[in-house]
Design a protein around this ligand. Structure first.
Ligand code: GLU
Length: 470
């Protein structure tokens, strides 16, 4: 606690700045989580900015997918979201300021001129240069772009909390465009202006933005603004080490939700992906916020590991309340044509505790409750019918008589009863167990016998036995 107080720095501000691309990538979710945890640890603020300057790609649906993903993950921003698109006037104002300071210039090169210069620059192994950079005197009345007057000599060093110092030779960096000829601000300019105005102190993002980091540093310098601290985190790769793609099973947050992963499991798993606290695989949100440090993020790409994710999800399913789990799997069952009503929920709540140990996902949980959703008078499946030889049927009829007298209808009592019954019959449980399970669950995969009997209750169990035997 004392440590937390000492470290508390209300001035720390982080942000997630997703571009709406139609869905929320799992990498974006992890970046959001790292920013969130970093801010929480230091008592700072976590903000969200939607980078919707690309008007063609930024549909309302794409923006909604980000908010849904964030809400599902439980990552709440500390302030209202900022929409980059609404800030174009401010971006232009910043560019005016740079022009006034001499940190930027108007460039009137035509497309043809630029093509020639590009070819030359490539041949000479240098960056593109504009003759307008040092132009003095009257400016033509023609369309222009505004470019950054980037330093030509020396180096730009990006101090990165994850990667260490990354050195860029300035003669390789372009005089990048800040404002297009139609007056639209460019991406790097907008990011710098927004991060500055949002008082962002730490820019934690994917390492596909490292070279943008260098360019953005130059913009900060040209504006005379303090630089934020950069931390570029390695991307998430598939289990085979290749860039995460569709063929690895899932890449959108919504897909993981649909596959039946719980948000708290996802948070735990994503926090562990590229960051760690010793060997701890399972930790609470509070522990993650107490322990997280960007310096402990590893600098090599993290690999998606389905086994580990399933292990973590299984843990959180076991921890989750049965009422909540019932509410989560009811829609899954409804999509399979099972009516979602009070009776179903009641049944789920009584069955879930008996089987949830065996489920790694909510889909598996929905599969495991299937046996309990069959009707008492549903016909037997052929396999169970085949198991009911005269001998087995007689044995089950004797078991039914024994079950009638059981008062304590619980798993331990019924387990003992089944063992005693087998001993009295002088057979192994294997001689009647499969048939009993088939009779109760109508052939659907059912848990152990005692749990199955508890799931149906005494009356239900006896009704199913009578339906099969009489
Ligand atoms: N909009 C960028 C993206 O979605 C992130 C930019 C940033 O974090 O600076 O990749």
């Amino acid at each position: 606690m004392l440590e937390a107080q000492l470290m508390s720095s209300p001035s720390v501000v982080t942000r997630i700045a997703p571009s709406p691309t139609g869905y929320m990538h799992i990498g974006t979710a992890r970046t959001a989580l790292f920013n969130y945890l970093f801010a929480k640890r230091l008592g700072g603020k976590f903000l969200i900015r939607i980078e919707d300057t690309d008007r063609e790609r930024s549909t309302e649906g794409a923006v909604a997918a980000i908010f849904e993903g964030m809400a599902w993950l439980g990552l709440e921003a500390d302030e209202e979201p900022i929409f980059q698109n609404t800030r174009a006037d401010r971006h232009r104002e910043v560019v005016e300021d740079m022009l006034a300071r001499g940190g930027a210039y108007r460039c009137y090169m035509t497309t043809e001129e630029l093509d020639v210069e590009r070819t030359l620059a490539r041949a000479e192994g240098r960056s593109v240069r504009s003759p307008w950079r040092d132009h003095t005197g009257i400016l033509p009345d023609k369309p222009f772009v505004v470019r950054l007057k980037a330093p030509r000599e020396g180096q730009t060093v990006l101090r990165d909390l994850v990667k260490g110092d990354i050195v860029f030779e300035n003669n390789q960096l372009d005089d990048l465009i800040l404002l297009r000829s139609d007056g639209a601000p460019t991406y790097n300019l907008a990011v710098v202006a927004d991060d500055h105005d949002m008082h962002v102190t730490h820019v934690i993002r994917g390492d596909d933005h490292v070279s943008n980091g260098a360019r953005q540093s130059l913009i900060y310098q040209a504006l005379g603004w303090d630089l934020p601290v950069f931390a570029h985190i390695p991307l998430i790769h598939g289990p085979d080490g290749a860039k995460l793609s569709k063929r690895h099973g899932a890449q959108a947050v919504g897909e993981f939700a649909e596959m039946g992963y719980l948000p708290e499991a996802m948070r735990n798993y994503l926090a562990r992906l590229g960051w760690g606290h010793g060997d701890d695989e399972l930790f609470t949100d509070q522990q993650a916020a107490d322990w997280f440090d960007i310096k402990d993020v590893v600098s090599s790409p993290a690999r998606l590991d389905w086994d580990k994710l399933n292990f973590i999800n299984r843990h959180y399913i076991r921890e989750a309340g049965d009422l909540r789990l019932a509410g989560l799997i009811a829609p899954v069952l409804q999509a399979r044509g099972i009516q979602s009503d009070g009776a179903l929920l009641n049944r789920l709540i009584s069955v879930i505790p008996l089987i949830k140990e065996g489920a790694s996902t909510l889909i598996e949980l929905a599969n495991l409750v299937g046996f309990a959703l069959t009707a008492d008078d549903a016909p037997l499946d052929p396999k169970t019918a085949g198991l009911l030889t005269a001998e087995v049927s007689e044995r089950l009829a004797r078991l039914r008589d024994t079950l009638r007298d059981v008062e304590d209808w619980t798993v331990p009592t019924l387990e003992q009863l089944i063992r005693d019954f087998a001993a009295a019959e002088q057979v192994g449980i294997g001689k009647f167990g499969p048939a009993l399970r088939g009779v109760l669950g109508k052939g659907s995969p059912a848990p152990d016998l005692a749990s199955t009997l508890v799931a149906f209750g005494r009356e239900g169990s006896l009704a199913r036995l009578s339906f099969a035997l009489d």
